[in-house]
Design a binder for this molecule. Structure first.
Ligand code: ARG
Length: 485
């Protein structure tokens, strides 16, 4: 009988209960490890330290309790709980939730994870009824449900932060919509562009990051509860009802898939890593452009820091940190990916490693997006410096294009202009300042030389998506609509 009844207080063999010293009160029933029934001895303390996840998965307490409340409704519909039992259980869970939300520390060192902890606290408070909560449920479907709920919520929060960054980018693009700057490829001056056009490139990329986050949320939209450990619950559990309560649009179609796979978490981490790389690219531009050599921009002082040794320094630390965090975000993706790769396809304890990368990506991205938005708001472009450094060579393509308009094949035009550039370089001047004789091959060369300005070049590019001011205006209008301004 002993094996069916579990540990009795005062029994000689200590039951398996994580925590250095077996907890006496916990042995009365709820506290001792909830799976301890079939064990004789206790877990090695080294093994406990490896096993216990409460230190990090306590972050899921809301999702876990909300999941349990919905599960209780499912049990009532299945006839496992009476209406009165459901009410008592819900009231108990609600109380645990509000206590934890208020910051009360209800946890014991013997709690293995958040799921066990909540169940123990509940059972201590409402008595034996608490022991019915886990009917037809395994921590395998429970933990997948909790983390999916978490990912879905956080994806939404991050999406809102991305929109906040887009709004900052939009405001800055509007401010500098008609200021020119060099556009770069290979960090070499390439063609003149409007600063607004450069900034809007950030906006559109962020729009795709949002859709990646949304898609991760869709992939995490299939509710696992009812899957049990792997084969499905044996009770007539109302999965639709539970899913609706938790806001899941779908039910997982297969109980093994529901408990084994973490593709949706990987997708979320992948979206985070890609977004991190984008932030890093822009951060790098801002670092470079705030050097004395470029001196194109000034970051608000609040987003820089000084040197402990060199009094003159104003370092773009915010941007460097954001650039650095991209490594961490990619690390979170690869960390889970590496855990997943080669796992037997069912729940394996390795999967306990799924949570920390997700938590870290949420926290890291939240910070980076917030700082980036504020830093963009604080950006000042130094138009005088930018203008001074714009190289006339950036107009070479426009001269070649002009020759094309005059009937020269582009390859020949490229060659003619290339020769002029070579001569100018040898003479230590710009092709625009070559003696008139060098422009003799250009039809109406004299008049065109006057016309050939950076603004002329930009305005030739009013093709949809180009840098021309009409295109920038159209982009701004579209961005404004997206932001609902
Ligand atoms: N703490 C575990 C996790 O995060 C919960 C699931 C444990 N399931 C099990 N069969 N041991 O994955």
């Amino acid at each position: 009988m002993k094996s069916m009844m579990g540990a009795k207080a005062g029994s000689k063999t200590p039951k398996r209960s994580p925590g250095k010293t077996p907890d006496k009160t916990s042995k009365k029933t709820p506290g001792a490890n909830l799976w301890a029934g079939r064990f004789q001895g206790s877990m090695a303390s080294s093994m406990e330290r490896l096993s216990i996840s409460l230190s990090f998965d306590r972050k899921l307490f809301r999702e876990d309790i909300e999941g349990s409340m919905a599960h209780a409704h499912g049990l009532k519909a299945a006839g496992v709980l009476t209406a009165a039992e459901l009410a008592t259980m819900l009231a108990g869970l609600k109380q645990v939730l509000s206590d934890l939300e208020a910051g009360r520390d209800l946890f014991k060192p013997s709690d293995e994870d958040i799921h066990m902890a909540v169940e123990r606290i509940l059972t201590e408070r409402i008595g034996d009824l608490g022991k019915k909560l886990h009917t037809g449920r395994s921590r395998n479907d429970q933990v997948a449900t909790d983390l999916k709920l978490y990912v879905r919520r956080q994806a939404e929060t991050l999406e809102a932060l991305v929109t906040g960054l887009q709004a900052a980018v939009y405001r800055k693009a509007l401010e500098y919509k008609s200021a020119l700057m060099p556009g770069y490829t290979h960090v070499q001056q390439a063609q003149p562009i409007y600063i607004g056009h450069y900034l809007l490139s950030f906006f559109w990329a962020l729009e795709r990051d949002k859709s990646r986050l949304r898609h991760a949320s869709v992939s995490a939209g299939q509710m696992p509860l009812g899957s049990g450990a792997l084969a499905g619950s044996a009770f007539p559990y109302k999965r639709e009802l539970v899913a609706a309560r938790l806001g899941f649009p779908e039910l997982s179609p297969n109980s093994i898939d529901a408990t084994a796979h973490r593709d949706w978490a990987l997708e979320f981490l992948g979206a985070g890593a890609i977004l991190g790389a984008l932030l890093s690219n822009y951060a790098e531009d801002f670092v470079l452009w705030s050097t004395q050599e470029f001196a194109y921009i000034e970051l608000g002082e609040a987003y820089t820091s000084g040197s402990s040794m060199m009094p003159q320094k104003k370092n773009p630390d915010s941007m460097e940190l954001i650039r650095g965090k991209s490594g961490r975000l990619l690390g979170n993706f690869t960390r889970l990916f590496t855990v997943m790769k080669g796992l037997p396809h069912a729940y394996d304890r390795d999967l306990q490693e799924d949570k920390e990368p997700v938590f870290d990506t949420v926290e890291t991205l939240g910070l980076c997006l917030t700082v980036m938005a504020e830093a963009v708001d604080s950006l000042k472009f130094r138009k005088d410096e930018i203008e001074r450094k714009m190289h006339p060579g950036m107009l070479a393509t426009d001269l070649a294009d002009y020759l094309v308009d005059k009937g020269v094949a582009f390859r020949d035009a490229h060659h003619i202009v290339g020769r002029m550039i070579g001569k100018a370089e040898a003479a230590g001047t710009s092709f625009l300042d070559l003696p008139e004789a060098e422009w003799a091959d250009i039809p109406d060369g004299k008049a065109f030389r006057k016309k050939l300005t950076f603004a002329y070049s930009a305005e030739r590019r009013n093709i949809q998506g180009g840098t021309g001011s009409a295109s920038v205006k159209a982009q701004l209008a579209k961005a404004k609509r997206i932001l609902g301004l």
